[in-house]
Design a binder for this molecule. Structure first.
Ligand code: GTP
Ligand code: MG
Length: 401
């Protein structure tokens, strides 16, 4: 993994940190052309190309204010120190494509076959698209919205070619998947120091693994992370988080199994404050959303944290297993009621053909998707990008050629 060690020489500590964070995030997104990145301007160009966006006024100002020679030197040195492995050179888009193959087959190939089958665009075609979406777990509400959109476009005579059907469908999918609630961990500066992320969900959905992966992403942004082993039910759960801590060289606050979870997470928060850490990520035991006593325990964790900071936890991440299909929606409702969910990590998209559940989640619940997990490796979790996701699930070439 490349590291931006220093981004500027003549700035305050905070400013330097902000620049480091920004460059690190730029580097992370430039997976393929990394080896060619030789100066700050090139890095920026790659970054915005990968993002398919233009720099904001603020980002432009950041570039202008940067000591470009210094950045250049640091990036090159990092390349020498840590040559890329096969795993890191494979772009996220490639991994997504490979790991989402089950949903792609179920959804992409059927919908694309319908669109490009040389059929005339009529009610029958729309009905068949509807059946395919429902079969892919897109859910009644999201499917209804997509079909309504296509019907309206058809009435307005805007669907004259296969391409126009494809574009109308995918654009509406992106719109469903998008949210105004941004992931606070992706900000240049965290809104609180330490920022507390509480991670919750039913048993075995991938909470602890997701914590490891997020900690890794955040550490590579230059942030000082601390983990709290709030799953005190089993000794193995504490060991599992401890192993992630060791692997990532991130300290873990833990007590013996059977200890009070709220007290471990409280200790973690106090330690994060005392040690000047940027981010505390707290694990919790898996619990069935239908067990109200267990859900109450989460509310207690929140109350205890609020003794140290009334705004804590600053975000609650709910982990959902995509393979749970429609049941994931029930889980989300109950967790949201008990503890107030801020965002969702949708895991195990690789093991299921139910990737359409992402649309159902967004359309039915007013909760943003922040991360998706597509495998067990540390590289397999990334911030959710609706456009990339839809591009991979239903690529234009396959739909039209
Ligand atoms: N295929 C796949 N496996 C995953 C993914 N995320 C997590 N896992 C696996 O799912 C299993 C359970 O993960 P954990 O992180 O222990 O789940 P948990 O929610 O912490 O489980 P409990 O603490 O027992 O409730 C592990 O074998 C993980 O490697 C993913 O995106 N894809
Ligand atoms: Mg766990």
């Amino acid at each position: 993994m490349l590291k931006v060690v220093s981004a500027s020489t003549d700035r305050t500590e905070d400013r330097q940190q902000a620049l480091r964070t920004f460059y690190q995030s730029a580097l992370q997104r430039c997976v393929e052309p990394r080896a060619k990145v030789v100066d700050a301007a090139t890095l920026f160009a790659f970054y915005f190309k990968a993002q398919k966006s233009k720099p904001s006024v603020r980002q432009k100002a950041l570039l202008d204010a940067t000591d470009k020679t210094r950045v250049s030197a640091v990036v090159e040195k990092s390349v020498e120190l840590q040559p890329e492995t096969q795993e890191t050179t494979q772009s996220w888009q490639q991994r997504l494509k490979q790991n989402l193959s089950k949903t792609r087959k179920q959804w992409g190939s059927h919908v694309s076959a319908l669109i490009m089958g040389g059929r005339s665009i009529d009610d029958d075609l729309l009905e068949e698209i509807e059946s395919q979406l429902l079969a892919a777990d897109v859910g009644i509400e999201a499917t209804g919205r997509l079909i309504h959109h296509l019907t309206e476009q058809h009435k307005q005579q805007k669907l004259k070619s296969s391409q126009s059907v494809y574009r109308a469908l995918t654009a509406e999918m992106v719109s469903i998947l998008s949210s105004n609630v941004e992931n606070p961990l992706l900000r240049e500066t965290l809104s609180s120091k330490p920022f507390v992320l509480l991670v919750v969900g039913v048993n075995g959905v991938g909470k602890t693994t997701t914590i490891g992966k997020i900690a890794h992403l955040q550490k590579s942004l230059g942030r000082k992370v601390l983990l709290a082993a709030g799953d005190t039910f089993r000794a193995a759960a504490i060991e599992q988080l401890g192993a992630w801590g060791q692997r990532l060289e991130i300290p873990v606050i833990a007590q013996k199994s059977g200890a009070d979870s709220a007290s471990v997470i409280y200790d973690g928060f106090s330690a994060a404050m005392a040690r000047g850490r940027d981010l505390l990520i707290a694990d919790t035991a898996g619990r069935l959303h239908t067990k109200s006593n267990l859900m109450q325990e989460l509310a207690k964790v929140k109350r205890v944290l609020q003794k140290l900071d009334p705004a804590a936890p600053h975000a609650v991440l709910l982990v959902l297993d995509a393979g749970n299909g429609q049941n994931a929606l029930l889980q989300a409702r109950e967790f949201h009621k008990a503890v107030g969910v801020s965002g969702i990590a949708l895991t195990k998209l690789d093991g299921t053909a139910k990737g359409g559940i992402s649309l159902a989640i967004r359309e039915t619940l007013d909760l943003p998707l922040w991360y998706i997990g597509v495998g067990e490796s540390i590289q397999d979790l990334r911030p959710f990008n609706p456009k990339d996701f839809v591009d991979v699930l239903l690529p234009e070439q396959e739909a039209l050629s």
